[in-house]
Design a protein around this ligand. Sequence first.
Ligand SMILES: Nc1ncnc2c1ncn2[C@@H]1O[C@H](COP(=O)(O)OP(=O)(O)OP(=O)(O)O)[C@@H](O)[C@H]1O
Ligand SMILES: [Zn+2]
Length: 453
Amino acid sequence: MAAETKIDDEIEKLRQEIQELRRNCAAKEKRLSELEAQQQKQNEQANAQQQQTSASSDQMLNNDDIARYSRQLILPNFGVKGQLKLKQTAFLIVGMGGLGCPSSQYLLAAGCGRLGLVDYDEVERSNFHRQTLHTEMSIGMAKVESAKQALQQINPHCQIECHRLLLNSENALEILRQYDVVLDCTDNVATRYLLNDACVMLNKPLISGSALQMDGQLTVYNYGENCPCYRCLYPVPPPPDTVTNCGDGGVLGAITGVIGSLQALEAIKVALGGLGGEVLAGRLLIFDGGRCQFRNIRLRSKRADCDVCSPKPMITQLIDYEQFCGMHASDKDMALNILPLENRLTVEEYKNEVLQRKHILMDVRQPAEFEICRLPNSENVPLKTILNDSYLQRFEEELKDEERGIILLCRRGNDSQLAAQHILQRFPQRAVFDIKGGLHAWHFKIDNSFPIY
Ligand SMILES: Nc1ncnc2c1ncn2[C@@H]1O[C@H](COP(=O)(O)OP(=O)(O)OP(=O)(O)O)[C@@H](O)[C@H]1O
Ligand SMILES: [Zn+2]
């Protein structure tokens, strides 16, 4: 009997304790939901406040802004209004090379609100003489990242967005859509058509620059009435073999500096509605660095039957621009492969099997390149000379009774193939070879003390 009473007591005690715990728990749950509601309210208030501050930071200048931009703020046509407009404008720079470096530097320093950078490439030593944002520390780094690091030091208050990719018809519209003004700082025809068409489709102004050797050009497309687009001027792309880039033709860094800076100037004028002057739309600026002369010519007006900007365009979505131009947009995969296998030598085969025998080694690069570096037993006959039939005729006359093989060499193994192909077409009985990968392959596989450029 005594044992049963003990159990009953204990059960009762436990029931009471559980009830007490439940009451406590309910009180705590009630307090918790009160506090959560309070917290949510506070967050909402903080967010609203933040939104207000960032909106007002776009709509007013702080003391840092006033000090930083003072020299342009006092310009009669710029002023506070111009500075705020710049702060509210997003610019996209495609290509962080010779033109993209100076233009991004001036846009960012001037206080643009948002700056997008597009480039697929990495920094190399041969970039430094003109791509002045990149330094020794950034060799091998993505150009967009290297540029962002340098630009942040110039102006930490602007938002910089990196797009490390090859701009093409798959991604262009999505990226361009996020910006107000686009700068074409690239170096190839396929990307020029792509940017032109995308900017027409999205109705964005396009500031287009180019520089080669000692010359530069600049114009603004898709801005204002009757302004022609790139296709209005060039409905058909040029033949691939007439196009030279900086890697092949060379360029002086100061020339890209001039054109890139002017691109920034035009971009700022576009954003600010002209800045009391006139945007370079419908006109082409031609810079002759050799004579230090600028010419400004009027361009034709819009083509009524332009494939992309006419009222009834044929092209309403982006196409494959590499195919359209017959040229690559990236210079990473430009290796030609036009000779039969039996006419191609690797650098190892040349060194181990041919070098000891009698042969003619013709280096088909430009004389200026031959002067930079050469293989000791080579003679310089530029590709242009080889393609000239009267030269080949004389050459064949001289070699008439000789059995010596002809080996063609160039920087990366493309021009040497063109030269070999031409000689073989003229004189199919000759033993003609090219050296695969040219002097670059010589550097990487045979002698890495041999310079590359
Ligand atoms: N479609 C594209 N998408 C992204 N970046 C591009 C595209 N086309 C060109 N570019 C970039 O534009 C830049 C052009 O600049 P520039 O000609 O000065 O440089 P480069 O290609 O480094 O020169 P080099 O021919 O001497 O190697 C390059 O960095 C290149 O990677
Ligand atoms: Zn057009």
